[in-house]
Each structure stands twice: as C-alpha cells, then as structure tokens.
Design a binder for this molecule. Structure first.
Ligand code: ADP
Ligand code: MG
Length: 293
C-alpha cells in the first residue's frame, strides 16, 4: 500500500464526517465482517425521556420523584438526566444527595433526606436483597414489552416505585444497518440494557443478533469472544463503558457525540454521530485499498 493513496483516503474521510486517526486505520477495515453496535447513544439518540412514574400502594408519587430525582442528579447517565429533568419540571428544586455511588451498568445509590435510596436495574436491588413483585412488577413487564426501560426505585427497605423512561431510535439507524448488510457485514446489538428493550430496538432497525444485559466491563469480553470465533470485528460505541471494547476491536468507531474517553479509544470518529458515516468509512477504505492494489 502506498502511503499517498491511503492519505487521500484519509482526507476524503474528513469530508464525509469521519475522522481517521491515521492512514493505517483504513487497512484494518478491509477484513471486517462483523459490526458490533452499542445501543444507547449509538443506535438510539440516548436522549431519554421520563414517561411515567408508578408507585406501590401507600407511596406518594411526589416523594418517589423527589428521591429518585435527587439521587440521579449526581449521575451523568442519559437515564439519570431524564429522571432529574422530569423531577425538576414537576417539583422545582431537588434536595441534596450524600454518599452517592454510581454502580456502573446497574444504577445509582445515595442518601436523600435521611433515606438510603437505590435507583436502577433489578440486579442492583437484588444485591440489597430487594425484589419487585405485585402490580409494580406488571408495570415493569408492560413497559419493557413496549421497548421502554423500567428503573426501579427503592428506599426504606422496599421497592416503592417504577420510573418508565424511553429512548428513541435515530432516524438514520435503520438505513445504515441495511447498508452494512449490503456490504456483507453482520450487525450485532450489544447493550447493558435488558433483553426485552434490546430486542425491541433490534427489531426496529433490522438487527437479528442481540447480546443484552452485558455489564460494562464485559463488553470487551464479547468482542474478544467474537474474535476468538475467527471474526474480524468493528465496534461502534459512544460511552465510557464502550472504551475497552472500542480499543479491543479490529476497528473501533466512536460517536463524535459521545464521551471523550470513547473518542480516544476509537480508531475512527463519526463526527456527527450518524451511523451512516460508518458505512461511508468502510466503503471508502475498500475503494481506497482497491485503488492501491
Ligand atoms: P448501554 O450498554 O445501552 O449503553 P448502560 O451499560 O449504560 O447501557 O446501562 C445499562 C442499564 O443499567 C440501563 O439500561 C439501566 O437499566 C441501568 N442504569 C445505568 N445507569 C443508571 C442510572 N444512572 N440510573 C438508573 N439506571 C441506570
Ligand atoms: Mg452507549
């Protein structure tokens, strides 16, 4: 490969809204056969909205929103922002949180007004011996069946509320995934979210292979496993939790709209956060390499 032809490819990439770390990157895209896509912020906008607040019998709705909003105020996660924004709209100022901890891929915990509050996945609450049953379990199941995410909120030793949040699929995702298939690539959806939500998003954009409920630290293991099966893997992601997987992949594509850590870990940045730029990048590298050969 002549460096000049590769550099031409690199310059063309910039026009397409793709930033390429170095000319050598284009070469590694040649063998790619599998494209692993993070869900939140990559296939979806990551702009979540709080749609519903449901409480257990005897629990005040405002109280649930106040405690959940306060504890999520200390988190940067898109789900946290949706909950805090929704809570502020209804209640105005939120109380302070102390002893805050972010439990990566599971949720958050903290102390608000003397209550130890947990908000997140069922797996987080299980760590504290808390389980969901009765009408709230039905609320959770119904929300997830519709592709929404249910966040469980517990304080004073019981699960007392379910907050329903939803994210929307980017309007360009479906088209981009169809084009990846046309290039002979297999798309795989990878997410820490639950299987019901993941399946719903996958169906909306035309992805058959779904790997859900993956802890942030295990995303890299999924990439390694696929590589172990002989696949050449491109990973597309936006979050801190995607950084190790982006670095491990044969080709790491980070969303320009994502976190700096993810952008640093990738080989290539999709400036506008549009998945179609990933397709352009792969096409471009194939064309560039053909010119060289
Ligand atoms: P993804 O892999 O789709 O980017 P994450 O790994 O960031 O998702 O999160 C996985 C799941 O963990 C979320 O769907 C949510 O259920 C839970 N979670 C993560 N952070 C929070 C938070 N701040 N509040 C509540 N739940 C959270
Ligand atoms: Mg993400």
């Amino acid at each position: 490969a002549t460096p000049t032809a590769l550099l031409v490819g690199t310059g063309r990439g910039a026009q397409l809204g793709v930033l390429i770390k170095g000319p050598q990157v284009l070469e590694s895209t040649r063998r790619i056969d599998t494209v692993v896509l993070d869900k939140t912020g990559t296939v979806t906008t990551g702009r979540m909205q709080l749609l519903d607040v449901r409480t257990a019998e005897g629990t005040d709705r405002g109280e649930a929103l106040r405690l959940a909003g306060a504890v999520e105020n200390a988190s940067e996660h898109p789900i946290a922002r949706a909950i805090t924004t929704g809570a502020r709209q209804e209640l105005g100022e939120l109380p302070e949180v102390t002893d805050f901890a972010n439990v990566e891929g599971l949720g958050v915990q903290g102390v608000v007004d003397g209550h130890a509050v947990l908000a997140g996945r069922a797996a987080l609450l299980q760590q504290w011996g808390l389980h969901l049953d009765g009408p709230l379990a039905e609320v959770k199941a119904a929300a997830e069946a519709e592709g929404k995410t249910a966040i469980l909120v517990a304080w004073d030793g019981a699960v007392r509320a379910v907050l329903v949040v939803a994210d929307t699929v980017k309007p360009t995702s479906q088209h981009a995934i169809a084009q990846l298939r046309e290039l002979g690539l297999t798309p795989v959806l990878l997410t820490g979210d639950n299987a019901a939500v993941a399946d719903s998003v996958a169906a909306q954009v035309g992805i058959d292979e779904v790997i859900a409920e993956v802890m942030p630290a295990d995303k890299v293991e999924v990439v390694k496993r696929l590589q172990g099966e002989g696949k050449a893997v491109a990973m597309v992601g936006d979050g801190v939790n995607d950084a190790a997987a982006l670095a491990q992949a044969d080709l790491g594509l980070s969303m320009g709209t994502g976190t700096d850590i993810a952008i640093e870990a990738g080989d290539l940045t999709l400036v506008r956060g549009d998945l179609r730029a990933a397709v352009d990048a792969i096409r471009l590298s194939r064309r560039t390499l053909k010119t060289i050969q």
